[in-house]
Design a protein around this ligand. Sequence first.
Ligand code: FPP
Length: 239
Amino acid sequence: MEENRIPRHVAVILDGNGRWAKAKGLPRTFGHLKGCTNLESLCDDVKELGIPYLTVYAFSTENWKRSRHEVEWLMKLFRNYLRRCKKIAERNDMRVSVIGDISAFDEDMQKIIRDLEEFSRGFKTLYFQLALNYGSRDEMLRAIRGFAEDVKDGKRLPGELDEELFSDYLDTRGVPDPDLMIRTSGEQRLSNFLMWQMAYAEFYFTDVAWPDFDMAELKKAVDWFGNRERRYGGVKEKG
Ligand code: FPP
């Protein structure tokens, strides 16, 4: 029997921590805690399935609008997670890169991010991008500003800009585009996530809340992807 194709790059919108907790009569923050533990498992599971690239949307440019208490709590959670992440990176031979505008974070958190990226730079089996203070529109605007600066400095000509060069100005430079996007917890929106990069991705939506999204659920998504690929007669190469 023909083997189903596995995706090369999976992007996940981690949604539903709050509703998961509420349904259990627990505070939203407990849902985030469980969501954080689940993210560790996801990295292990993605590596086990042999998927080489993973990107997750943990905090959007819009998420600052949540209550002060929740935002402060999330920042603490991210800080702790990023410290622990060296261990996760080591055990999975996983390179970590944070995408998004990290200049909005406290200096100590920026340093933890830079240290983690530097520490994991040589790891090769899994490439993990963590989106923090990320928004696709913001990323594209920063890219355009970067290009405009290079034109001003005489390093580039406006006519040189094509899809490939534009991609090099994005936070995701050098990383292949996602071919499978998973969003948990029932919403069917892109929410400003990797809009340029996911122009050709397959979208998989599930009602399962993020804290309950385990290896069995991941396999369902990957099988669904493999079946779609087959139905359409294999990969449609871009360009
Ligand atoms: C989505 O659920 C969760 C978030 C936007 C918060 C951040 C994600 C985590 C805590 C997962 C772990 C990530 C890291 C990097 C530690 P929601 O609050 O939008 O849930 P709701 O839609 O049910 O309210």
